[in-house]
Design a protein around this ligand. Structure first.
Ligand code: NAD
Ligand code: UGA
Length: 475
């Protein structure tokens, strides 16, 4: 049995940070080192004030407090930590390629390749290399061939490797819960000894029947497939939301009705502003690219339609806001509640809010954004319009071609607003005092609830017009 006493994780991001924190917490005898090329990010992981951690996840700060500088370390010492490790997790970003072959669909594997080269160069003795990043099927082959050439060069020094696939299924906002109590842990590989070594780590807190062994290609494909199926459910229910609005049905009732069928199940049937997050779109497009590569065009078209529907749905929401506000939002103040792609995370990657805000600003709206965890700098980056300033304004507000935006950490933003648009389902948005707010908004004004979180009776009682996603009952 290979004994693992020292782990190195390359990549201190949304996956590397929380995953290693839970491993360190559950395996006090293992020394866990998370390394990254990004010095700022590592500084934040080491910040004494736990509010400054680079990733917000409920329960994460408590684990960091318990384990940091005990058996969990964050550093930029990539060479040293790889050298000392018995097991190296590769947990780096794998975004969609922006240019070159496969641009717009294929995954950009340059960070994975670089990580494999670092492992090949710096490791010592026998190292188990674990793919934690989400990767196209057969990426392990690339990693293996980079490592194999190092094995050949270092035969005399006794350097050797095994490669395993161990995709991560955590969702942001519930990462710690998902890691501590996963539905399953998937270990793909062809070397039983190495697979057992990883099994021994997880079995410290995950029951054995939840740890599945597969071949390495099934493991890689299962990760892409899981995300594709989940995203497909959201596009399916969002397509039905549009049908509900057209027919007088209510998508919440339809979801409940179909979700009680045990074959369908009740999860992932909430219609919203369209799925966001760093992975669904990129992983489906990656699947599409692979299907095209293998000449399976019908398969590619099928999965691409899930992304197309999502784009259409986001666009539908901004158009609808304009239409309801008498066909124009030019110069009108719209309060956007929520910028994160879902609640309980500070992550905005691919958030529906980005496209919707941009569309509304293109129409000339003045957007006031609130989010309890996302900071202004991040929004500035996402909207990509922070550098153009309105010279006439004393506050130097950033402006778009026509519209402009403001960010507020507090709730004092409703004065003279024409509409409130709810895009993230944060708990604090669930009990808003609509009566009080309504008095400060212009008359008539609207609440657009893309997350079904408001109480319709209270909103209507406050004399506000209400649109809820998939609600055809108010036609
Ligand atoms: P991220 O961008 O938050 O973090 C990746 C980190 O890797 C960055 O800090 C980057 O600086 C670092 N990095 C890149 N190249 C490096 C190198 N050569 N050496 C050292 N550090 C390097 O990404 P993430 O959200 O953590 O996702 C990582 C992978 O996990 C992706 O493949 C993603 O698809 C997958 N995944 C993500 C989630 C999620 O919820 N975010 C869930 C499951 C799987
Ligand atoms: C998703 C998967 O759920 C994880 O299993 C996977 O590990 C991860 O992607 C990944 O590979 O990155 P995540 O994107 O963090 O996790 O969050 P989800 O809860 O899946 O939500 C994704 C998007 O779908 C969010 O914008 C969310 O608001 C939306 N959503 C989700 C809905 O609109 N309706 C739902 O019913 C559920």
């Amino acid at each position: 049995m290979i004994k693992v006493a020292n782990i190195c994780c390359i990549g201190a991001g949304y996956v590397g940070g929380p995953t290693m924190a839970v491993i360190a917490d559950r395996c006090p005898k293992i020394d866990v080192n998370v390394v990254d090329i990004d010095e700022e990010r590592i500084k934040k992981w080491n910040d004494k004030d736990l509010k400054n951690l680079p990733v917000y996840e409920p329960g994460l700060a408590e684990i960091i407090e318990r384990c940091r500088n005990v058996n969990l370390h964050f550093s930029n010492s990539i060479k040293e930590k790889i050298h000392d490790a018995d097991m190296v997790f590769i947990s780096v970003n794998t975004p969609t390629k922006k240019k070159g072959l496969g641009a717009g669909k294929a995954s950009d594997l340059r960070w994975v390749e670089e990580s494999a080269r670092q492992v090949a160069k710096f490791s010592s003795g026998h190292t188990i290399v674990v793919e934690k990043s989400t990767l196209p099927v057969r990426t392990a082959e690339v990693i293996q061939s980079i490592l194999r050439s190092s094995e050949e060069d270092n035969e005399l020094n006794g350097i050797s490797f095994n490669v395993l696939s161990n995709p991560e299924f955590l969702a942001e906002g519930t990462a710690i819960k998902d890691l501590e109590n996963p539905d399953r842990v998937l270990i793909g590989g062809d070397n039983l000894e190495a697979m057992n070594a990883l099994h021994a780590i997880y079995s410290r807190w995950v029951s054995k029947e939840k740890i599945l062994f597969t071949n390495i290609w099934s493991s890689e494909l299962a990760k892409l497939t899981a995300n594709a199926f989940l995203a497909q459910r959201i596009s399916s229910i969002n397509s039905i939301a549009a049908m509900c609005e057209a027919t007088g049905a209510d998508v919440r009732e339809v979801s409940r009705a179909i979700g009680t069928d045990s074959r369908i199940g009740s999860k992932f049937l909430d219609s919203g502003p369209g799925f966001g997050g760093s992975c669904f779109k990129k992983d489906i497009l990656n699947l599409v690219y692979l299907a095209e590569y293998f000449g399976l065009n019908e398969v590619a078209n099928f999965w691409e339609s899930v992304v197309n529907l999502n784009n259409w749905h986001q666009n539908r929401i901004s158009k609808l806001v304009v239409k309801k506000l008498f066909g124009t939002v030019t110069g009108k103040k719209i309060v956007v509640l929520g910028f994160a792609f879902k609640a309980n995370t500070n992550d905005t990657r691919e958030s529906a809010a980005i496209q919707i805000c941009k569309d509304l600003m293109d129409e000339g709206a003045e957007i006031w954004i609130h989010d309890p965890k996302v900071n202004k700098l991040q929004i500035e980056k996402d909207l990509n319009i922070g550098k153009i300033y309105n010279r006439d304004s004393e506050e130097n507000k950033p402006i778009n071609k026509n519209g402009r935006w403001q960010f507020s950490k507090n709730f004092d933003i409703f004065d003279n607003a024409h509409a409130v648009l709810m895009l993230t389902e944060w708990d604090e948005y669930k009990n808003i005092d609509w009566e009080g707010i309504s008095k400060r908004m212009v008359n008539p004004s609207w609440v657009f609830d893309a997350r079904s979180i408001v109480d319709p009776i209270k909103v209507k009682k406050a004399n506000l017009n209400l649109w809820r996603v998939g609600d055809g009952t108010s036609k």
